[in-house]
Ligand binder design. Structure first.
Ligand code: FE2
Length: 253
């Protein structure tokens, strides 16, 4: 008898840059209206996510009311939302629970998979860093759950992406992250936001995935800041019991 290799799906949304005021814009994009298009796209797709991973910059330099509004607007997605902090998030606000569905857990387990949601925020800085505490917690948790296929989620990119200005504000200590990951054989992917563009490579058997924002995008391979004309985007990941994964970015045209 062969065992079915069954699967489930999760969705990543990132860099929503939400405002408490529904007229708030980032680079002339109304961030609430563009998230609304992303939500409609997710609902219209055949993807039925078990939960949503929201990988930072949930709000744009705003406090609890913006998170409340974001969590309310996400009611249109009938799945739990698990968030982590980006450079624009309010350190004191990325904890607790908003609208009963947006929470900020460190670890999420579903079937044969586990997800770690790391905090790379440095107060007052655009770039990010993993503290010794975060790296230690990740190491400990990976050691405690060696049988779970693993996805590590964070805001700042742990790779150089060929854009000088973005490479200077990524994760300051990627080697420390990859050293921890390299001690284990069950990490399947690392996913992040921050770069407002798509990234997809495999390094030492680990899939490294960056995803576009739900609002404005940055033009790849640039020396200095430049906007792209690409539409809002989101990513689905289909995760199989045997540890394989399928993933794709959906652009909302
Ligand atoms: Fe962002």
């Amino acid at each position: 008898m062969t065992m079915a290799n069954s699967s489930f799906t999760v969705v990543q949304i990132t860099d929503m840059h939400y405002f408490a005021d529904s007229n708030g814009t980032l680079f002339d994009v109304n961030t609430a209206a563009s998230l609304d298009r992303v939500i409609a796209s997710i609902n219209a797709s055949r993807v039925e996510p078990e939960f949503i991973l929201a990988t930072g910059d949930l709000v744009h330099d705003e406090g609890a009311p913006a998170y409340e509004r974001l969590a309310r607007d996400l009611d249109a997605l009938s799945a739990p939302i698990y968030g982590l902090a980006g450079n624009h998030d309010m350190a004191g606000a990325v904890s607790g629970r908003y609208n009963g569905r947006l929470t900020f857990p460190f670890r999420v387990q579903h079937r044969a998979w586990q997800f770690f949601l790391l905090n790379t925020q440095i107060d007052g800085e655009v770039g990010g860093r993993l503290s010794a505490q975060q790296l230690g917690d990740l190491n400990k948790a990976l050691a405690a759950h060696p049988g779970q296929h693993t996805i590590v989620c964070l805001h700042h990119q742990p790779v150089k992406i060929g854009s000088h200005w973005l490479d200077g504000i990524g994760l300051e200590n990627p080697n420390e992250l990859f050293t921890v990951i390299g001690r284990f054989t069950n990490v399947r992917a690392v996913i992040w936001g921050h770069i407002h563009q798509e990234w997809d490579e495999i390094r030492a058997g680990v899939r490294l995935l960056g995803s576009p924002s739900t609002c404005a995008q940055f033009l790849p391979k640039q020396e200095h800041f430049a906007l792209d004309t690409k539409p809002p985007g989101w990513r689905w990941l289909r995760l199989f019991d045997d540890g394989t994964l399928e993933t794709e970015v959906v652009w909302v045209d």
